[in-house]
Design a protein around this ligand. Structure first.
Ligand SMILES: Cc1cc2nc3c(=O)[nH]c(=O)nc-3n(C[C@H](O)[C@H](O)[C@H](O)COP(=O)(O)OP(=O)(O)OC[C@H]3O[C@@H](n4cnc5c(N)ncnc54)[C@H](O)[C@@H]3O)c2cc1C
Length: 505
């Protein structure tokens, strides 16, 4: 659910929230199953490594700096460092990480991070400068916020959002409790990004859950309103109001001036893969090694030998390097570099799944984002490509599903056969839109993100692992280095890794 829509409506409405909608009254019965399903390769590491045990080891590549992981953090670090010619290793067959996209009929559609909002002026100067140097954002005269250069990807105001709560199409959202609004307003302009620049006087908010803070302040909210807040926390942070810290929760609503200014939504059809691709384009392609799974980092004298399995070529490659920026997800450090793992062992990651439904026809009354809050708590709604600027004539609906941490193993099952979630979600969207979506789907594309998002639980933020790293020449980047799981934080974590690197050079 886009925050801007939520804040705008919830602060203005005084009457009943839920409106019964005619479009939901007719039942659209599924006629058949969707069977044409493509599952994006979720590399099964142990299997790959097992298969690779007899593979040849042919090459040794020497480099001064190795960057592991071509998500937004690794790409940002690589771009900032490009004069020093680092090598960027990525296990996938394309860059982007959790900001990845799927090519359908020659056009890319998001399968992960999919939108951004203008950045206020009080955000971190280093990251704002970097993004403007990449010609991604600029500051227009008289504006308080930095906006995106490619204006065509802003979503038109009226087409922004539509919501469905407990099976009812909502015209208006429930009134925001006056006390809740007062609380949010009291933090306006005090919670910028990156989170590393937040005043330390506010750090105590990281020690209790968002729910506990509301309880402590005696802020009463209705069950519906609590479900909406929890929905928004899961949507951005991978877990609900009782799991995320009060600081993360407040940050969601108070990081931008939603009450006083226009905060525009930027969402190209390929989502944040747009940024990944732009960063990639400013790199030397030969320095980006795809299909390269880092399996082990060994220290040899004052350097590192990094064991990498090339999934496509089915061979082992040894990289010898002086320094490493590790921007891959940290849970795998348990095997790759055990001394580093201790720093991250309490990280919790939300498992995510995205499904692109390629439809045979357009839908009526399109909205960009369609929020679904209902019995299926894991289903967080869908995005309709018709409202995004694109040269494509295809209509793609992209559904987002966030599973509880305890159900991560389901993704393993879905990696082999995703008929069950595809048809279940397809039916829900069909019911919402009153169309036979099962019949209208030409093909479904599934992307599984096993460790999609680090959850900002209590005590998570403000702990840069670089301050206590066991190997001074292995530096960590990525949102799972105790940042909020957001684009700006990912870029900033990549740039901040370079600052640590510069100190040891
Ligand atoms: C479904 C979903 C929706 C999201 N929506 C938004 C959104 O709308 N806006 C927003 O700001 N944020 C969103 N996010 C959060 C998003 O994760 C961050 O904004 C950011 O993209 C994270 O970047 P990162 O580089 O830190 O990590 P990642 O994107 O996780 O990148 C890590 C990279 O390292 C690679 N890697 C890992 N291990 C190895 C290894 N051993 N060898 C080689 N390579 C390795 C991975 O393949 C991956 O490419 C979303 C996340 C998900 C999962």
């Amino acid at each position: 659910m886009d925050r801007r829509y939520f804040i705008k409506l919830s602060s203005a409405i005084t009457t009943s929230a839920l409106l019964s909608c005619g479009s939901n009254s007719k039942k659209a019965k599924p006629k058949k199953e969707i069977t044409n399903i493509e599952i994006a390769n979720m590399p099964d590491y142990p299997h790959i490594i097992f298969n690779g045990k007899d593979a040849k080891s042919v090459e040794t590549i020497n480099t001064n700096i190795l960057i592991v992981g071509a998500g937004i953090a690794g790409l940002s670090a690589a771009v900032k460092l490009k004069d020093k010619k680092p090598i960027l290793l990525e296990l996938g067959d394309m860059v982007g990480g959790s900001a990845i996209a799927q090519k359908i009929n020659g056009h890319y559609y998001s399968q992960g991070a999919h939108y951004e909002l203008d950045f206020p002026d009080n955000y971190g100067k280093e990251t704002l400068t970097f993004l403007s140097e990449q010609n991604l954002i600029h500051k227009e005269p008289g504006n308080k916020s930095w906006s995106f250069v490619d204006k065509q990807f802003y979503i038109k105001d009226k087409l922004e959002n539509q919501s469905d709560i407990y099976g009812e199409r909502m015209k208006e959202l429930p009134i925001l409790s006056a006390k809740f609004k007062e609380l949010i307003l009291s933090y306006n302009h005090r919670l910028p990004m990156p989170t590393t620049i937040i005043d330390s006087k506010l750090h105590d908010l990281n020690k209790i859950s968002f729910e506990k803070l509301l309880d402590n302040l005696n802020i009463k909210i209705s069950k519906t309103f609590k479900d909406i807040i929890s929905y928004q926390m899961i949507d951005d942070y991978g877990a609900g109001i009782s799991d995320v810290s009060a600081l993360a929760g407040l940050h969601y609503y108070a990081c931008r001036p939603y009450y006083t200014d226009e905060v525009n939504v930027f969402s190209p059809p390929e989502g944040n893969f747009y940024f990944a691709n732009k960063l990639l384009n400013s790199l030397d392609k030969n320095s980006v090694h795809l299909n390269s799974l880092v399996t082990k980092i060994n220290k040899v004298a004052d350097t590192f030998e990094v064991k990498v399995f090339n999934i496509k070529k089915n061979l082992w490659i040894k990289y010898k390097t002086n320094k490493i920026i590790y921007a891959g997800q940290k849970h795998a450090l348990k095997y790759i570099h055990p001394p580093s793992y201790d720093l991250f062992k309490n990280n919790q990651y939300a498992p995510w799944m995205a499904i692109n439904f390629h439809l045979s026809k357009n839908i009526k009354e399109p909205f960009w984002q369609n929020d679904y809050i209902g019995e299926e708590k894991d289903f967080l709604g869908f995005v309709n490509s018709q409202t995004q600027y694109s040269n494509s004539k295809d209509t793609i609906l992209t559904a987002y599903i966030c599973l509880p941490v305890t159900e991560r193993s389901l993704l393993l099952k879905y990696s082999k056969n995703a008929k069950e979630p595809v048809n279940k979600i397809g039916q829900l969207i069909g019911k919402y839109l009153n169309i036979d979506l099962i019949k209208q789907t030409k093909k479904a594309f599934v992307r599984l993100h096993g460790h999609g998002m680090p959850i900002p639980t209590t005590d998570y933020l403000f702990k840069d692992a670089n301050d206590s790293r066991p190997e001074p020449k292995i530096i960590y980047a990525g949102v799972d280095n105790f940042r909020l799981p957001l684009f700006f934080e990912a870029v900033d974590s990549g740039l901040s890794a370079i600052n640590h690197l510069t100190k040891i050079s």
